[in-house]
Design a protein around this ligand. Structure first.
Ligand code: MTE
Ligand code: MO
Length: 574
């Protein structure tokens, strides 16, 4: 029996530098574009001049409207403020609002930047789960080239410096730690906020309680657009438009961010099949992006208006807890801004210099949730033949070894799958041996961590059949899959999977794809399917399987090639 561990790279990568991901060169994408019709692309940057023209027009129209007696009458009837009972007695913002507002700002920065890095790893958005090239409604890249072996990694783009977190191309492993760990703090902050506003009187400031909110909001819109600011008493209550904007942000956008985030999880999607049938990962990902757009739009307008309307007073109300016009609130604001700027400029260098720390802390914060969602032994039946994607992206680093090409040239006649480790009956199985085992097939959806997805039919042998055959010792906790192919930095691609998932109905070794022999690009002759995990864990071009007690002395000890080299987690159910 061969010892595949010797073929792994033991090199610890400890920084993110030019060698990153096998020296992946910078690849500029394009300015964001939206598809109109079949194949015409609207450059989103055009929104700037168009928006400017619209703004000028809106100002002119609003100024014209305000000259009209009926509009003047409307504005005096609905001046813009719709104060709930008790507003005067409960005037002022408590200190906890100031703190939560600060934490919210602080967390939003790494969340949004890391989110953009994740988007840049598959710079296209679709409505349909099949992610067919050309069907995307949004992209920040050129059209997908027709080369058959073009991979999703080839397709990733570099963001302008300072935008992404981290800013390297294809640094999704680290970006996800930032995104998910800051998300959990942000959710915590949000839950505390929900609880506090509803146990105090504060929710009245954010939840409309009277229908006159709508005419008042219209009135405020006309007043803002005519550059004649509406009456403003932030100490007592927000104007109607402001209140609606806050309501949407707190009670619609924020929960939607959470729900659509979970909607991208392979484990949850295979569990909650009927939801995922219409609420597919790509719909979730697109809506998640709209939530980002809303937040960006909100932040720009919010900050502009805070500064453009009685700035010192506004700062006092928010930060200093007083209704005055002194400099106190501004000073606190300036300090908090300095902290934000410091965080902005230091997170990327910190991540590039200490990626292992980011991985460890991220895993400590998010790992328990990811583990929780792994315990879903899904049953088949989610998709039918009609759902099979017409295009299925390829990904990863192709096998280049002589060993592999000789087997390939001989149609895998001499292929032997070596199954070893802590088992009673080690095996060497040819493809004929594998085909003689009970056949299993399933139509399932693939979730690449980069963001694309697709449905395919996989045929082969369930891992539970293999487990029955080799009889692992009770000590076994992990099952390691070794590939013929190296990873992008050299050394075999491998991945460790929890033993309990090998008993799941949908965990299998596939030698067929869509009723044909598994093609080279998708992992010939044999690849893994484990439907509660992201795609990177499904090793292609498998040459060996080892049952082990732990993986700490395999490779650099982080549980998978991508965890060793690109700081992924070894559990990735979300
Ligand atoms: N040996 C090996 N297996 C691999 C990879 C790789 O780079 N090397 N990439 C993984 C990733 S990131 C994904 S998304 C899936 C893609 O499978 P597909 O090419 O069949 O779509 O394979 C996984 N298996
Ligand atoms: Mo992937």
């Amino acid at each position: 029996m061969k010892n595949f561990r010797d073929e792994l790279s033991q090199r610890e990568r400890d920084v993110v530098g030019d060698e990153w991901a096998g020296g992946l060169p910078v690849q500029e994408g394009r300015t964001p574009r939206i598809r109109v019709g079949k194949n015409r692309w609207f450059d989103v940057l055009l929104i700037l001049p168009i928006g400017f023209v619209l703004l000028i027009t809106a100002i002119a129209v609003a100024k014209g409207l305000r000259g009209m007696p009926s509009v003047q009458h409307f504005i005096s009837e609905y001046p813009g403020l719709s104060l709930p009972d008790g507003a005067k007695e409960h005037a002022g913002l408590p200190r906890w609002v100031a703190w939560q507002h600060f934490f919210n700002m602080l967390l939003m920065i790494p969340i949004m930047r890391a989110g953009l890095s994740i988007l840049a790893d598959h710079p296209r958005l679709y409505w349909h789960r099949s992610s067919v090239p050309g069907s995307e409604w949004f992209r920040m890249h050129r059209a997908v080239p027709p080369e058959t072996l073009y991979t999703a990694k080839d397709d990733s783009v570099t963001l302008p410096p300072g935008v992404g977190l981290p800013s390297r191309r294809h640094s999704i492993g680290l970006a996800r730690w930032w995104h998910l760990s800051m998300d959990s703090l942000w959710l915590l902050n949000g839950i505390v906020f929900y609880v506090l506003i509803f146990v105090t009187w504060q929710w009245h400031r954010l939840v409309p309680t009277s229908w006159d909110i709508f005419p008042n909001a219209l009135s405020v819109a006309i007043q803002y657009a005519s550059l004649n600011w509406p009456i403003d008493h932030p100490w007592v209550g927000y104007n109607a438009l402001q209140l609606l904007a806050y309501f949407v942000t707190v009670f619609i956008a924020a929960p939607l961010a959470f729900i659509t985030g979970l909607g991208m999880s392979p484990a949850l999607s295979t569990k909650f099949k009927w939801i995922s049938r219409f609420f597919s990962i790509q719909l979730a990902r697109s809506i998640h992006f709209f939530v980002l757009l809303w937040f960006v739009f909100f932040i720009i307008v919010h900050v502009t208006l805070v500064v453009a309307t009685d700035a010192l007073h506004n700062f006092n109300v928010m930060y200093a807890g007083n209704n005055g016009h002194g400099w106190g609130g501004f000073i606190i604001f300036a300090i908090s801004l300095a902290i934000l700027v410091f965080v902005w400029v230091s997170v990327t260098p910190l991540t590039n210099r200490h990626p292992r720390i980011v991985q460890r802390v991220g895993f400590a914060m998010v790992g328990p949730f990811q583990k929780l969602f792994e315990h879903v032994d899904s049953k088949p039946g989610e998709y039918t033949e009609a759902d099979i994607s017409t295009h299925f992206w390829k990904n990863g680093t192709y096998p280049k070894s002589k060993e592999y090409s000789e087997l390939y040239d001989n149609n895998f006649e001499d292929y032997k799958l070596q199954i070893s480790g802590l088992v009673e009956n080690p095996q060497e199985l040819s493809l004929a041996d594998l085909r003689a085992l009970p056949y299993h097939d399933q139509i399932t959806q693939h979730y690449c961590i980069q963001g694309w997805s697709g449905v395919a039919k996989w045929g082969g042998v369930q891992m539970s059949t293999i487990v029955d055959l080799v009889k692992p010792s009770p000590k076994v906790k992990w099952v390691v899959f070794y590939s013929f192919a190296d990873g992008s930095d050299g050394g075999l691609y491998y991945d460790a999977q929890p033993i309990e998932q090998m008993q799941y109905h949908l965990t299998m070794l596939a030698y067929n794809m869509n009723d044909e022999t598994l093609p080279y690009g998708h992992g010939a002759p044999l690849r893994l399917r484990n439907e509660v995990q992201h795609g990177f864990k499904m090793v292609k071009w498998i040459k060996g399987i080892e049952f082990v007690e732990n993986f700490s002395d395999i490779g650099s000890g982080w549980g998978s090639y991508n965890s060793d080299h690109e700081f992924f987690g070894y559990r990735q159910s979300i």
